[in-house]
Ligand binder design. Structure first.
Ligand code: HEM
Length: 226
């Protein structure tokens, strides 16, 4: 059954978009690691090693939060299993994304406090906090509605399209947060036309491509279902 589902997925219209999403994700992981390890001196879990400690923020937000929640969105198309298992994967991956996101925000708050920088003074920080708060609320509401204890079947069916729309809006907000964060860091570092600038700009481009392919995967699979 699982194998049949997977082969029908492979022959579906969404398959190329999903593959492109995975390629964009691989490119993003590579770019982030080259940027943080080669250009920004690496990563540290000790908050007194300030610059390296800050580096955990973009790492956790892009690889932990955005990539994992994008994979969670595509789980109904990529996980060769029963609908119930796919739902379980979707819920657990979103939970991992949420934990990574909360950790990423904790790190940058801690970094600001240790460096004597004020909190929440930029558009990026406002967008970011709104994104993670809505994500957490949406996850909790969806958990109680669709997983445990779970609403009545008719209520679930009525709420499912809203779940998809609200989830997509929050996903797009997370993309905006990451893009504004990258631009801000670009300016803080005073970058101009050099290798590091290219790496940062291409990171931004691949984040957008990833989001576009995730959206295509969802839209084309719906179209397939008729
Ligand atoms: C979904 C992705 C992201 C979210 C939700 C997010 C959220 C946040 C939040 C809430 C703050 C405020 C911390 C404070 O005021 O103490 C912040 C700060 C910061 N973030 Fe992000 N961030 C994300 C991605 C990124 C990325 C990819 C970068 C790139 C390097 C970045 C760079 C920064 C910088 C430089 C600051 C300090 C300046 C400021 O407060 O705006 N962020 N982020």
């Amino acid at each position: 059954m699982a194998t049949n589902q997977y082969s029908s997925f492979r022959s579906s219209t969404a398959f190329p978009a999903t593959m492109l999403a995975h390629l964009a994700a691989a490119a993003l992981i590579t770019l982030m690691l080259v940027w943080l390890l080669h250009f920004r001196g690496g990563l540290s879990f000790k908050s007194d090693d300030k610059a390296k400690y800050f580096n955990l923020h973009p790492l956790l937000m892009v690889i932990g939060f955005i990539l994992i929640s994008g994979e969670a969105i595509m789980a109904y198309k990529t996980v060769p299993a029963t609908k119930k298992r796919q739902k379980q994967f979707h819920m657990i991956l979103q939970m991992i994304a949420l934990v990574a996101g909360i950790l990423g925000i904790y790190v940058v708050f801690n970094y600001h406090t240790h460096s004597g920088i004020m909190h929440m003074y930029t558009l990026h920080s406002w967008l970011g906090i709104a994104t993670i708060s809505l994500f957490a609320l949406h996850w909790l509401f969806s958990f109680f509605t669709f997983w445990y204890p779970g609403a009545q079947q008719s209520t679930k069916a009525r709420l499912a399209p809203w779940h998809g729309v609200v989830g997509s809006i929050i996903f797009l907000m997370s993309i905006l947060s990451a893009e504004t964060g990258l631009i801000e860091k670009f300016i803080f570092l005073g970058l101009t036309r050099n290798q590091e600038a290219l790496i940062l700009n291409f990171t931004g481009v691949f984040i957008i491509l990833f989001a576009v392919y995730v959206c295509f995967t969802v839209a084309l699979s719906r179209y397939n279902q008729g």
